[in-house]
Structures are given as structure tokens and as C-alpha cells.
Design a protein around this ligand. Structure first.
Ligand SMILES: C[S@@+](CC[C@H](N)C(=O)[O-])C[C@H]1O[C@@H](n2cnc3c(N)ncnc32)[C@H](O)[C@@H]1O
Length: 207
């Protein structure tokens, strides 16, 4: 009887350990954990869909030699779409401020430069001499405190003073984008209806 009980306990312990290991390697589960601990900075109920990733990447012109900075990469759906779109890994710089998602991104994309940082501090790790061709942002500008979003966006003009592409997604399906529309030149937009919830991808030109 005692032997059976200890066998059962050991089985449950193993199940628990394996479930924990599994959860640490599954992007959507980590994302949901982040959502509960930091709802405003996570800013979405679920990771971006493949369709949203493809639409964001498609807005990126391929070619060029400058850096493409992805801000708020989360689980890496947009990152993967950028690679699939033909962006060379050496041109990508991935920025994520959640420690858990940063570690996940490092494991998922060992070939990329992934930085654990706040997008508000880009100037600290991107030297002024580096040319930036594009900023691809999943930063939840609408759910962040207004001042924090302003601080992040106001940097983008300094990061890419000579004109660069900016792609941002938003759950606001129409109307101007707070922080962006008054600053940058609108180029194009598309809606990813299959995303949860549907999202609009907006392309701007900086500078
Ligand atoms: C809407 S989610 C990104 C979804 C992502 N495309 C995916 O598929 O998982 C926003 C992400 O931005 C990150 N984030 C929010 N504020 C940030 C900041 N100031 N700097 C860097 N990352 C930030 C969050 O941690 C979160 O991973």
C-alpha cells in the first residue's frame, strides 16, 4: 500500500515537473502569464496571429543594408514573419522588455541579436552612427500611460532622422493613431481580420 502511494506521488511529481517545463517553452502560455502580471505593457489578449505577422512584414521593403529594429517582439510571431519575408538575420535587432519573453526569444531565435531593454532606452544600445532602415513596433502605445508612449515615440525621429519606415499595429481599426499620425507621414494600412482581436497594420515614413 505504502509502495503504491509513493509510486503515485512520484508519478504526480513527474507530471508537474514536465508540465512546468512544457509551459516554459510554449510562447502563448508565457504570453498569458505576462498578460496577468503586466496587462498594460503586454497590451494584447493573445500573441499576434501569423496573418498579422505577415502583414507587418509585407509592409517592409526588402533590400537595403540598414538595421531593422523590432520593438516589443513578444513571442516572436512578427520576428518569424520578417525572416520569412527575406530580411537577413544580421539586419534584425529585437527588443523586448519582459525577462520571460526575452529568454523565450533568445531560445527561439539563437541566430538573432535579442536585447532585454525598454524601448524608451534605445539610444543607450543603438549608437547614433548606426543607420536604421525601419522600426517594426508591436509596442502597445494605446494601453501604456500617455507619457511613456510619448517618450518611446519621440525617440524614433532621433533614431532614424534621415527617413525610415515605421510599421505599427493597433486594435483601433480606423481613425488617426495617437502619438503617430501627427508626427509621421502615413503611407498605407491593412487589416488583419483573422487576428484576435482584428488589428490594423499602419505604415508610416519617419522624417
Ligand atoms: C502586443 S504584445 C506583442 C505581441 C507580439 N507581436 C507577439 O506575437 O507575441 C506587446 C509586447 O511589447 C512588449 N513591450 C511593452 N512595452 C515595451 C517597452 N517599453 N519596451 C520593450 N518592449 C515592450 C511587451 O512585453 C509585449 O511582449
Amino acid at each position: 500500500m505504502r509502495f503504491q502511494r509513493s509510486l503515485l506521488m512520484s508519478f504526480f511529481r513527474q507530471c508537474k515537473d514536465r508540465t512546468l517545463v512544457f509551459a516554459q517553452n510554449v510562447g502563448p502560455l508565457l504570453f498569458i502569464r505576462e498578460l496577468f502580471s503586466n496587462p498594460a505593457t503586454t497590451g494584447a489578449p493573445w500573441p499576434s496571429s501569423r496573418q498579422l505577422g505577415i502583414k507587418m512584414a509585407a509592409a517592409m521593403p526588402v533590400g537595403g543594408s540598414g538595421l531593422i529594429v523590432e520593438l516589443g517582439a513578444g513571442t516572436g510571431v512578427v520576428t518569424q514573419a520578417l525572416l520569412d519575408h527575406g530580411v537577413e538575420p544580421e539586419r534584425l535587432l529585437i527588443v523586448e522588455r519582459s525577462q520571460v519573453l526575452f529568454e523565450y526569444l533568445q531560445k527561439r531565435f539563437p541566430q538573432l541579436r535579442v536585447v532585454l531593454a525598454d524601448a524608451a532606452d534605445c539610444r543607450d544600445f543603438i549608437p547614433a552612427s548606426i543607420k536604421i532602415d525601419a522600426i517594426v513596433s508591436s509596442i502597445p502605445l494605446r494601453s501604456l500611460p500617455f507619457e511613456d508612449a510619448e517618450t518611446i515615440v519621440s525617440q524614433w525621429c532621433k533614431l532614424a532622422p534621415h527617413g525610415a519606415w515605421l510599421v505599427q499595429f493597433t486594435y483601433a481599426l480606423w481613425g488617426p493613431l495617437r502619438h503617430l499620425s501627427s508626427r509621421f507621414a502615413f503611407q498605407d494600412s491593412a487589416i488583419a481580420w483573422l487576428n484576435f482581436p482584428p488589428a490594423r497594420v499602419v505604415l508610416f515614413k519617419i522624417g
